[in-house]
Design a protein around this ligand. Sequence first.
Ligand code: CA
Ligand code: CA
Ligand code: CA
Ligand code: CA
Length: 288
Amino acid sequence: MRWFGVLLAAALVGCGGEKGPNGDLDGDGLTNEEEEALGLDPESADSDGDGLDDKIEIDWGSDPLNADSDGDGVPDADEYALGSDPNSEDSDGDGYLDAWEVAEGSDPADADSLIYEGGWPYNPDKADGPDDGVAYAVGEQFPRFKMKDQFGDKVDIYDFSGHGKYIVLDLSAQWCPPCQNLAAWLDNMNDDYEDALPGLRKQVRQEEVYWITVMGEADDGSDATKQTATQWYDDFPHKKVPVLADTSREVQAHMQVGYWPSIIVLNENMEIEVLQDDFWYDGPGFLQ
Ligand SMILES: [Ca+2]
Ligand SMILES: [Ca+2]
Ligand SMILES: [Ca+2]
Ligand SMILES: [Ca+2]
């Protein structure tokens, strides 16, 4: 009966130990049988080589055979470290995609951490614009200004490009009554401009048109500051309108402001479509 004993020992090694179905060749916590059923590599604890062991990915819900489960450009290992959802492009549902938040330094797993506190649009593929000093004429591209808004965020106006929307730039002074009336109309506090600009404020509210207010001067005529933007927002708390402070009067110089408010309409490529005169005297033709 000696031969039988040898066979039995061989069978035990074959069915048990590290190589058997219940074994764990790569020591990752998943049995070889489980790995085979899932199509994983039983000899590699990290089948897709993304830095996360198979068992961790199974428990967490990411795809152990894809280094970027949701294909959003943020690798699973990074999503794990960030605490974001490996199966959602916008983990916290705040409207800013994970990849954008990682690029801009906000927290993709915290809906209170935003690229722009105001929730302004963002364009990850925005082109470079010209510097200040370009011609101020219909068809010319508007310069790429960055200014602080009412929340203290530095806003790149080119983030409003590429969304298929017109952008109304309204350069106002805090002390100027027509500017205040315009802001009040925009925020539904009066109807002063409804005949001249029918339907426009509704389009702004529905984000079919972007409206950006640029504060050119404070209430005493001095340079606008971040405080000027904050005070304007306190007076006219429109949720869709960024209020930017033109602290060094760059935009004012560029727009060659002759009176307040001054208006420019840009298309999605940041080209000037409408100048002030068209806007006020012919109505907002760009809406039709
Ligand atoms: Ca294993
Ligand atoms: Ca992995
Ligand atoms: Ca991802
Ligand atoms: Ca987000």
